[in-house]
Design a protein around this ligand. Sequence first.
Ligand code: ZN
Length: 370
Amino acid sequence: MSRRTGFFFDERCFWHAAGSHSLVLPVGGWLQPPSGSGHAESAESKRRLKCLMDVSGLSDQLLLSSAPMASETDLLRVHPEHYLQRFKAMSDAGHGDLGEEACVGPGTFEIARQSAGLAIAAVDSVLQGQVDNAYALSRPPGHHCLADRAMGFCYLANIAIAVEAAKARHGVERVAVLDWDVHHGNGTQSIFYTRDDVLTLSIHQDGCFPVGYGGSEDIGEGPGRGFNLNLPLYPGSGDDAYRYAMDKIIVPALEKYCPDLIVVACGFDANGVDPLARMLLHSESFRAMTASVREAAERLCSGRLVMVHEGGYAEAYVPFCGHAVIEELVGKRTKVVDPFLPMLEGQQPGAAFLAFQRAAIDRMAIHLPR
Ligand code: ZN
């Protein structure tokens, strides 16, 4: 069955540049300057996703739109004024590091507001019934950003900003945020850690980034106790581990919580060729996970599902993973065949690892939310 799917993007988001880097480190010393910007978080993986959608005809099946930048009111629901002022001053100066692995370039402040604005508009369009579900091609990403500190290429907490806007504008009571970016969704976790009106779920590579965060013992505090769930998976986990975690933990957690809206922090860096992580997913894994969360949304909240783009640094492969996710959202297949799929299917871990990882996931079920 086909659905009305909104796709929110803006060329401005592709123009963010954090300065000359080698992968994630500023050049200098023994690090030779690269030929391009060299930063792992480049526009290419996102732009190529949109290009593939245009060439395949998938874009023609979607409601394509840009959106206004996030307003000051929208930002202030999540970020303190002093942080926003410091960010804007650094962006106007054209360079600086706003936190940890969060280098700012010319105009980064406005581009980050544009990125958050896409997430807000995607949520708005679903809550207003203009579309059944939506995808925001946000860049820069947001899920590592704390209320008052930029981290991991994230300067504004896009999803938290969109969730707070949804609560303020539409009176949404219960929101579930599922983060399947390969890195821990530490920013979203910290912003909602003491609250029970937002369930935060993060499935990630254990100990990847940020180091020292994201353990399954972090379950929330105060009224938020039981409303944060972390699923750290072993490096080398692939299709089976993620599907098993969705079936055994994520979907049951969503069913227990019964949200009014589900937002996915949709990173693609758990794919098998990402330079910043060590997992083994492929396009069919992302398609299956999308189907799983879409079906949960249909059972629990009239299908209200929004995906917001996060990480994913393999320029060659993110387009195929993203294309599969968006095909699944809209319920239509194009003629696109993932040319990397046979290679990655052949590299999945063996039976001993699968049993070991499944047992670890089973042990985490004790942390299911109340
Ligand atoms: Zn990531």
